[in-house]
Design a protein around this ligand. Structure first.
Ligand code: GDP
Ligand code: GDP
Length: 448
C-alpha cells in the first residue's frame, strides 16, 4: 500500500520549497527568491521515527497572473489536495494572514481533507496570525523552515494522519466468525429470560434428556442460527426453571448474572415492555456496559402492549436518556411467548458483535476527529484551548480509543459523550461500549 500523502499548500513565497527540503532532510536545492517562480511539483517519501508518508509540494499559484487565486490553483494542485491524507497549509508568520491565505483555506475546506496549518518564518519578529483560527483548522504550528525550528512539532501534528496504529493482536477484523459467539441473557426476575432462552434454543431440544445431566453438566449450550454458531450461557439453570411451570421463580441474583456477563461477548438485556427501563433494568444494563460487553435490548412481552403507535420510538428515547453511555444500542421488541420479533434478535446480536470487534484506521479516525472538533470544538479552560492532537484505537472488544493532546483531563463529560456518539454513528458502533484513554502528550519526535 502506498504511504499516506501530505500535501503542502500555500501562497507563493511562504516557504513551501524550503519546508519541503527541510522535512525531506536535505539541503535546499530549489528555492526561489522571486515570488511566483514556477517549478514542477515535487514529491518525495519521508521516514521519521514511526512515520512514513509521501510529501507533495504543490506549485502553480502564480500571483503575477490575472484571475482569482483560487481560479489559478492548477488542476494538478487541486487533484493533489483532493487525494491528500492531510493538507499542510503554510502561511507566512511575518506577513500575517492575507486574503490569499483565506482563499486557499476555503478551497481546501471544500475538499473536506483534514488540514494542519503551519506558520513559517516564525524564527524572529512575527505578525499576529490569530486570524488563522477563523478557519477552524486549529492553532497554527509555528515553524521556521529555513532555521529548522518547530519541525518536530510539525511531525507530531502530522503523526495522527500518517502513523501506523500499533494494534494489539486480538483477532481478525470483525471477530472470528468460525468461533461460536458467546451470548448471555440477563434481566431482572420475571421479565421472561427463561422463556426467551427456550424460544431461542427451540423447546424440543431443551425438554429432552435427563434433567440432572442438562442442568448440571453444561453452563452453556451451543446452537446455530442466522448463519452463525452461538454459545448461550445457561444462567442459574434457566432451562430447569422454565420446565418447573407453576413453581415460584427464584430471583436472578446479580452474582449469577455477573458470571453470565463475564462469560459473554454480547449480552441480551431483557426488559419487560409493560414496565420498561426501571431502576433495576438500568443497573443491570450499566453493569454489562461497565464489563465492556456489547448490549442488545430485548423488550419482551410485546404481546401485552395494545397501544403500539409510537411505543418503540418512546422506548428508544428512554434508552438514550437513561443509558446515554450505550445510546443507540439495538432495541428489539419481542414476545418470547408468541415468537413475535424473535427473528430480528440474533441479527441485532451479530450487528452489535461486529461493532464490538470494530477496528478503525488511524487515518480514518483522525479525519473523523478533525471534523468532530470543527463542528463542536471543546471549550476553553481558564482561557486556554484544550487541544486534541490526534486519536488512535489501540484495541477492540470493546473499541477503545486513545486521545493525545494537551489539557485533555479538562474535557467535559458532555463533550466526551458527544465524541462517543459521533463515533457510534460514523463507524456503526451501536451496541458496543466505547472506552477512552487520555494522554497529555509529550513530544516523541526529535528535532531534525
Ligand atoms: P515557496 O514559493 O512557498 O516555495 O517559497 P520558497 O521556499 O521558495 O521560499 C521563499 C523565500 O522565503 C525564500 O527567500 C526563502 O529563503 C524564504 N524562507 C523560507 N523559509 C523561511 C523561514 O523560515 N524564515 C525566513 N526568514 N525566510 C524563509
Ligand atoms: P425470568 O424470571 O426472567 O426467567 O422469566 P420467565 O421466563 O420465567 O417468565 C416470567 C413470566 O412471564 C412467566 O409467567 C412467563 O410465561 C411470562 N412471559 C415470558 N415471556 C412472555 C411474553 O413474551 N409475553 C407474555 N405475555 N408473558 C411472558
Amino acid at each position: 500500500m502506498m504511504p499516506p500523502a501530505v500535501v503542502i499548500v500555500g501562497r507563493p513565497n511562504v516557504g513551501k520549497s524550503t519546508l519541503f527540503n527541510r522535512l525531506a532532510g536535505r539541503r535546499a536545492a530549489i528555492v526561489h527568491d522571486t515570488p511566483g517562480v514556477t517549478r514542477d511539483r515535487q514529491e518525495t517519501e519521508i521516514q521519521a521515527g514511526d512515520l512514513v508518508f509521501r510529501l507533495i509540494d504543490t506549485a502553480g499559484f502564480d500571483e503575477a497572473e490575472t484571475g482569482s487565486l483560487a481560479a489559478r490553483m492548477t488542476e494538478q494542485s487541486l487533484v493533489a489536495i483532493g487525494s491528500a491524507d492531510v493538507c499542510l497549509l503554510l502561511i507566512d508568520a511575518r506577513a500575517g494572514v492575507t486574503a490569499g491565505d483565506d482563499i486557499l483555506a476555503e478551497a481546501i475546506r471544500r475538499t473536506g481533507r483534514p488540514v494542519i496549518v503551519a506558520a513559517n518564518k516564525s524564527e524572529g519578529r512575527t505578525t499576529d496570525i490569530s486570524d488563522a483560527l477563523r478557519w477552524g483548522f486549529g492553532e497554527p504550528v509555528p515553524v521556521s523552515a529555513e532555521h529548522g525550528i518547530g519541525i518536530s512539532d510539525l511531525f507530531e501534528a502530522l503523526a495522527p494522519f500518517v502513523a501506523k496504529a500499533e494494534y494489539e493482536d486480538d483477532g481478525p477484523e470483525g471477530g472470528d466468525a468460525t468461533q461460536p459467539l458467546k451470548l448471555a441473557i440477563v434481566g431482572r426476575p420475571n421479565v421472561g429470560k427463561s422463556t426467551l432462552f427456550n424460544a431461542l434454543l427451540g423447546e424440543e431440544r431443551v425438554l429432552t434428556g435427563p434433567e440432572a445431566g442438562i442442568t448440571r453438566d453444561a453452563i452453556a449450550v451451543e446452537f446455530e442460527a442466522a448463519g452463525r454458531a452461538f454459545l448461550l450461557h445457561d444462567t442459574a439453570g434457566m432451562r430447569k426453571r422454565a420446565r418447573a411451570a407453576g413453581q415460584p421463580l427464584e430471583q436472578l441474583a446479580v452474582g449469577s448474572g455477573l458470571t453470565a456477563i463475564r462469560f459473554a461477548e454480547c449480552v441480551i438485556v431483557v426488559v419487560d415492555a409493560t414496565q420498561a427501563f426501571e431502576k433495576q433494568d438500568l443497573a443491570i444494563a450499566d453493569l454489562v456496559i461497565r464489563e465492556g460487553r456489547a448490549v442488545i435490548f430485548a423488550i419482551n412481552k410485546w404481546d401485552c402492549i395494545e397501544d403500539r403507535a409510537g411505543a418503540v420510538t418512546a422506548l428508544k428515547e428512554e434508552r438514550d436518556r437513561l443509558l446515554p453511555q450505550i445510546a443507540g444500542a439495538p432495541l428489539i421488541v419481542v414476545s418470547a411467548r408468541t415468537g413475535e420479533g424473535l427473528s430480528r434478535l440474533l441479527p441485532a446480536v451479530l450487528a452489535a458483535d461486529r461493532a464490538w470487534n470494530s477496528r478503525i484506521s488511524t487515518a480514518g479516525l483522525n479525519r473523523f476527529l478533525a471534523r468532530a472538533v470543527e463542528r463542536h470544538p471543546p471549550p476553553a479552560v481558564r482561557g486556554r484551548r484544550i487541544r486534541i492532537r490526534y486519536m488512535t484505537q489501540p484495541k477492540a472488544r470493546p473499541p477503545s480509543f486513545a486521545l493525545f493532546g494537551t489539557q485533555l483531563n479538562a474535557l467535559p463529560e458532555s463533550w466526551m459523550r458527544y465524541l462517543a456518539n459521533e463515533l457510534r454513528s460514523r463507524f456503526d458502533l451501536a451496541g458496543s461500549p466505547i472506552r477512552f484513554s487520555l494522554h497529555n502528550s509529550k513530544n516523541p519526535y526529535a528535532e531534525r
